[in-house]
Ligand binder design. Structure first.
Ligand code: UTP
Ligand code: MG
Length: 513
């Protein structure tokens, strides 16, 4: 019998909408939008955590918001969260690759105490059982990274982490072939719109060699790989990582120091006289230079640089590129491209900008190199030229002193103050040393420079490889050259370069290969 009272339908969106916004809360990370899952967390704890996060500058929205990028849950499995989210959004059914990251509360608490969204690590991710797809869909994964869309947050963190460790280790040993094999396998996994659960799912995915498959299988079965663990624990790997993180130190130098028996940063300090100027500065600011640079900090530096550039050459532009342009919230450095629409006007600008920044006390170290594109052009065009992958722009590597008065984040907000082992005495903690690269490009090369400096490195490597092998064209950060027709192809935008190459345009946020 029908009830005589109207049945009250539960309206999940209303019940689980987050508390109303407080207009006084700052928005510090507009590209990161959280959603807190009420199931098991409970309504009052969710309200408390939402308010806390918003006060720290995080955006928190309801599960029905299309803007949500990070779903945070406590005590639920990945599958439970997916079921819960499906009541609000159906992207899991339609396009799992475009769905937000599913994270454990640990990611949230670490981000709150760090004062910024921390990098997502495998241990933060909730696993999801993916229903079998049509096998032919899986065979459609393209072989070159520049033909694939690779989001910043992907579905295979643990597998990628393991393979990237082996790629790094191979790099430390100078085994470039092995490094490329592991990097390519990691890169293709980042582009998959599903979380791999069984090795058979990779049967028609390209770029995954036998060694990588073995590692993947181990991680899938045991949650870890003995080979990777051995590398991570090895003394050489740990010390190479310590040394390579010094500004101005490459793999060769780090390896030489290791062979000479050097093991700690203090050992290097005793060899101070043998260090190059850049390395001395790198050692002095080691700690700061290894704290990730936040997007807000990069933007604050951008404001200072823009002011200097506009003052010295009206009409010139400054573009923030590198990982930040791909949507990263933090990075290891800040990359700027400078140009002027009237070609030739940019010549001589960089030295003036650097002198001005230096005179204002913004630079702790800087080293410039002039534009050598003309001088190297022949080698650039020869098919074996080592200059082909090098950058020949006028550029400056610097260590920038970011005064936190220029930045919306007070140093140490919500986090522990770092120790002061290598910080020069008397320095105030109100500033931070940041690695900043400046690159000046003639306007006609700007689109190529922008494409080249946006990265990621895997994406760039495959763009060049694709151009050469599939199109008989030579792509660099300066130009695109048709080797058979012997002509340069001009481009005013990245889109035009993709068109010349016959590639579908991939926006920066999907170039995180
Ligand atoms: P980065 O090393 O700064 O990497 O080079 P990233 O992607 O911004 O990463 P984080 O966030 O700083 O850690 C940015 C891009 O610039 C190009 C590379 O293609 C790289 O992807 N690049 C870098 C060059 O073309 N030449 C260089 O000398 C350095
Ligand atoms: Mg960078």
């Amino acid at each position: 019998m029908m009830s005589q009272f109207p049945v009250k339908k539960r309206r999940p969106c209303q019940k689980e909408a987050p508390p109303p916004l407080n207009p006084e809360d700052p928005v510090r990370f507009p590209d990161v939008v959280l959603c807190l899952v009420e199931k098991r967390m409970g309504a009052s704890r969710r309200t408390f955590l939402t308010t806390l996060a918003r006060r720290r500058g995080f955006c928190v929205e309801g599960a029905d918001s299309e803007r949500v990028t990070h779903v945070v849950s406590e005590g639920n499995s990945g599958d439970e969260v997916v079921e819960w989210m499906k009541r609000y959004r159906n992207c899991w059914a339609e396009a799992p690759g475009s769905c937000p990251a599913l994270l454990d509360l640990a990611w949230f608490t670490e981000s709150i105490s760090a004062g910024h969204p921390v990098e997502i690590e495998p241990r933060h991710c909730l696993g999801v059982t993916v229903k079998a797809e049509k096998p032919e869909d899986r065979c459609q994964v393209a072989a070159y990274a520049c033909q694939r869309r690779t989001p910043l947050v992907h579905h295979n963190q643990a597998l990628v982490g393991a393979l990237e460790t082996l790629a790094e280790e191979a790099h430390f040993c100078g085994s470039e072939g092995r490094r490329l094999a592991f990097s390519r396998a990691a890169s293709v996994l980042k582009s998959l719109p599903w979380a791999v659960r069984r090795i058979q799912e990779l049967s028609c995915v390209p770029c995954i060699g036998e060694h990588s498959k073995k590692i993947i299988q181990e991680v899938l079965e045991d949650g870890t790989s003995s080979e990777v663990e051995r590398v991570r624990l090895s003394e050489r790997y740990q010390i190479m990582k310590l040394f390579i993180k010094i500004f101005g130190v490459g793999v060769q130098t780090a390896s030489q120091w290791y062979q000479e028996g050097l093991r700690t940063l203090s050992d290097l300090e005793t060899h101070h006289a043998q260090l190059r100027k850049a390395q001395q500065a790198g050692l002095l600011h080691y700690e700061d230079l290894n704290i990730p640079v936040e997007l807000s900090e990069a933007e604050a530096i951008g404001q200072v640089v823009r002011k200097a550039v506009e003052q010295l050459l009206p009409g010139a532009s400054v573009t923030l590129t590198g990982g930040f342009r791909r949507g990263k919230q933090s990075g290891h450095d800040v990359d700027f491209l400078i140009t002027h629409p009237e070609e030739g006007q940019e010549v001589g600008l960089l030295s003036k900008v650097i002198s001005w920044l230096d005179s204002q006390g913004f630079l702790l170290y800087h080293s410039s190199q002039r534009n050598t594109f003309q001088a190297m052009e022949d080698e650039l065009l020869s098919s074996h030229g080592s200059a082909a992958t090098m950058d020949l722009f006028e550029r400056c590597f610097s260590i920038f002193r970011l005064d936190h008065l220029h930045c919306s984040i007070p140093r140490g907000a919500g986090t522990q103050e770092p120790g002061s082992m290598v910080r020069d005495c008397g320095a105030s903690l109100a500033w931070k040393a940041v690695w900043v690269d400046f690159v000046v490009t003639p306007y006609s090369q700007f689109a190529f420079a922008l494409l080249g400096w946006t990265g990621s490195k895997n994406f760039e490597r495959d763009l060049r490889r694709f151009s050469k092998l599939e199109k008989k064209m030579k792509l660099s950060s300066h130009a695109l050259y048709h080797m058979e027709q012997k002509l340069y192809l001009s481009a005013a935008s990245e889109e035009e370069i993709f068109q010349h190459l016959g590639l579908e345009y991939i926006p920066p946020k999907e170039r995180n290969a």
